[in-house]
Design a protein around this ligand. Structure first.
Ligand SMILES: C[S@@+](CC[C@H](N)C(=O)[O-])C[C@H]1O[C@@H](n2cnc3c(N)ncnc32)[C@H](O)[C@@H]1O
Length: 251
């Protein structure tokens, strides 16, 4: 019997669900939580030194990355997201004038060519048309600018029917890896549609958009990022994040 409170095809509607939103915040606050331990360290490394940089953050969520980018010396930050609840929380951390509510499936930048760093953390797997977004990202970036994308690892986006315990999958079955496209996933008490893509599709989409790959991480656990070393060891079982870095050519 399903216990979900809603079924969402549009990612922001999922995050705006009144039960999902607090559960998501609670999950992000947990000790040794996945984003903080496995994804963020690689994103931070790929984004590089942000001092004096302009940062555009697609799918900015609750603005926590914006706050840390500005604390790291970024000259300017702009965040885009479709969720009203996420943006309301982001506005408590950031100047509301730097936040934009938009659907990234149709979003166009008002300021092309000015962003040194574009990040899209854990959002692209909610979007059907990756080439369209990457085309817009290329238009946004300065020549030589950096794109950092993080997504749920392709092994995970085709294996939602396993059980997860403390962030570690058990009984996880990879299913039809090469059948790409949307799959419904039960998470945080609701059902949300996520788009499964293979690793080669992600890398090929970057090349196709004129944004050659310059870095790739599968979120390898680093012991120093875990308070409880047992969690770090358990996280070695299955890769849960994929982080990609690409650069816009200078000419
Ligand atoms: C997992 S959260 C990640 C938030 C943030 N990037 C972070 O890493 O903390 C995914 C975010 O993507 C946003 N999102 C999903 N689909 C979107 C769409 N089509 N347009 C705009 N935002 C979208 C959601 O509203 C949510 O805030």
């Amino acid at each position: 019997m399903s216990t979900t409170t809603g079924t969402y095809g549009y990612g922001p509607d999922f995050y705006d669900d009144e039960q999902v939103f607090p559960r998501y915040q609670e999950a992000r606050a947990a000790t040794d939580e996945g984003n903080a331990t496995l994804e963020e360290p690689h994103v931070t490394e790929f984004a590089g030194d942000l001092r004096g940089r302009s940062v555009l953050d697609l799918g900015c969520g609750d603005g926590r990355f914006g706050a840390s980018a500005l604390a790291a010396g970024a000259r300017r930050y702009h965040g885009v997201d479709g969720s009203a609840r996420m943006l309301a929380l982001a506005a408590t951390r950031l100047d509301p004038g730097t936040l934009e509510k938009a659907d990234l499936t149709t979003w166009k930048s008002a300021e092309p060519g000015v962003w040194d760093v574009v990040t899209a953390r854990m959002v692209v797997h909610y979007l059907d048309d990756l080439p369209a977004l990457l085309g817009e990202v290329r238009r946004c970036l300065t020549p030589g600018g950096t794109l950092v994308i993080s997504v749920e690892h392709p092994v995970v986006t085709c294996a939602y029917d396993g059980d997860w315990h403390d962030g570690v999958p058990s009984e996880m079955r990879v299913r039809n890896y090469f059948d790409e496209g949307p799959r419904d996933c039960e998470w945080l008490g609701a059902s949300v549609r996520k788009v499964h893509r293979t690793l080669e599709t992600y890398v090929g989409a970057l090349a196709g958009a004129g944004l050659p790959l310059t870095g790739l991480s599968e979120g390898r656990p680093r012991p120093e990022n875990f308070r409880d070393p047992r969690t770090g060891t358990a996280r070695r079982a299955v890769p849960t994040y994929l982080v990609l870095q690409a650069r816009k050519p200078t000419a």
